[in-house]
Design a protein around this ligand. Structure first.
Ligand code: SF4
Ligand code: SF4
Length: 66
């Protein structure tokens, strides 16, 4: 099962993950840190992780809940 982990200690809430994600309004919520709402819409393009300036997004294709 796909998982995206955000290192909240490194997230600066810049919103770049939201800006680049094709399904941002369904997947991302940016408040004081970035949150994942619903990963069913994620197609694992990895753009968010590539764009994150603090490298705090970790995409795990085969998470433990599989
Ligand atoms: S791009 Fe990275 S630092 Fe910016 S809001 Fe998203 S997770 Fe946080
Ligand atoms: S991998 Fe792509 S679709 Fe999934 S959250 Fe990141 S930018 Fe959005």
């Amino acid at each position: 099962m796909l998982q995206i982990e955000i290192d909240e200690s490194k997230c600066i809430a810049c919103g770049k993950c939201y800006e680049i994600c094709p399904k941002a309004d369904k997947i991302w919520k940016i408040s004081n840190v970035a949150h994942i709402l619903d990963l069913r819409y994620c197609h694992v393009c990895t753009l968010c992780a590539m764009k994150c300036p603090t490298d705090c997004i970790k995409i795990i294709r085969d998470g433990p809940k599989d």
